[in-house]
Design a binder for this molecule. Sequence first.
Ligand SMILES: *Cc1c(COP(=O)(O)O)cnc(C)c1O
Length: 397
Amino acid sequence: MSGSALYDTFARIPLVFERGEGSWLITEKGARYLDFAAGIAVNSLGHGHPHLVAALTEQAGKLWHLSNLYEIPEQTRLAQRLTDASFADKVFFSNSGGEALECAIKTARRYHYVNGQPERYRTITFEGAFHGRTLATIAAGGQQKYLEGFGPKVDGFDQVPFDDMDALAKAITDETAAILVEPVQGEGGIRPISSQSLKRLRELCDTHGLLLIYDEVQCGVGRTGKLFAYEWSGVAPDIMAVAKGIGGGFPVAACLATAEAAKGMTAGVHGTTFGGNPLAMAVGNAVLDVVLADGFLDEVKRKALLFKQGLAAIADEFPTAIAEIRGSGLMMGLKCGVPAAQLNMALRTEKLLAVPAGDNVIRLLPPLTVTDEEIQQSLGRIRAAAETVAKAPAEAK
Ligand SMILES: *Cc1c(COP(=O)(O)O)cnc(C)c1O
């Protein structure tokens, strides 16, 4: 047991941040860290963005919470804007990624139920996926380390090897309801699924009457340089979970669906107390004001290229430290040649915050508002960290 009264579920880094400014986090003692973790892609517009602060404080003076028993105009407006900007016709708001995924899975099961096929309730997912920490979403993710000790795995989820389309085709049965994938696996190690594979997924779904579900909790909301990552492939899903970046740091999540896919989700079959509350909706709308403004996503794409080129040069110089650069937009992964924890530690020594992922990868997820100068600074720090671990004695590796 640690000294605090908190659950010991997090191995916390001994740093205490007092405030944030844009891409920077500042400790109690005034040390400034370049925040390329961004709350794991949550602080999409950095810290203290004036438009978000204004939206939240203005709403705070009017109304905080309203039950979904009543009309919530800002909720209706955010749903309309999300559907106007995507494949979807319908939206259900919640507070976390895991909840949005629960809604997505329930939506798919209900679709088949109202079609008279209640036996179709199974969802196929890829190994290495991460969909949350609820009982159903740990079953969906299928990772043993998250399932262990929590009783029987919730029924209805089948995993196939990552991006293995033949295995996936073989896994489809009369009980399959849906296929659920992250267009870019986040915690799995920044592993994008190719456009070709997404097209094949769509074809399989259409052939077998399955619903295609995307988990864009991490890769959505401008992270890859498009509002949603699936836009790069042009392959639309039937249902999609969004969270993290959509609230810019306020808990907001959404499950988007076509009208057809959502047809089973009628009055009373699903619900939430906090989901879609006025504070969350004010911030969600404010995030879209910025991300959908003319030229914003073009800037993300331009900055992403700058970042990627700089990272590639560092990998070329220190291939023993960084074996490979992967990812899309401002969602980059450094596949490490040394244990990822070692590079992460060296980055922190350089006062750059990053996030470890699976597959021995370090994630770099700067705020979408990061400046060119901050990118250059980050590259200097990443280079210094790569140099440090490349020079470290072999036995320390
Ligand atoms: C973070 C994440 C989730 C879970 O979100 P929570 O808000 O922690 O429940 C689900 N899917 C993906 C891809 C994520 O990155």
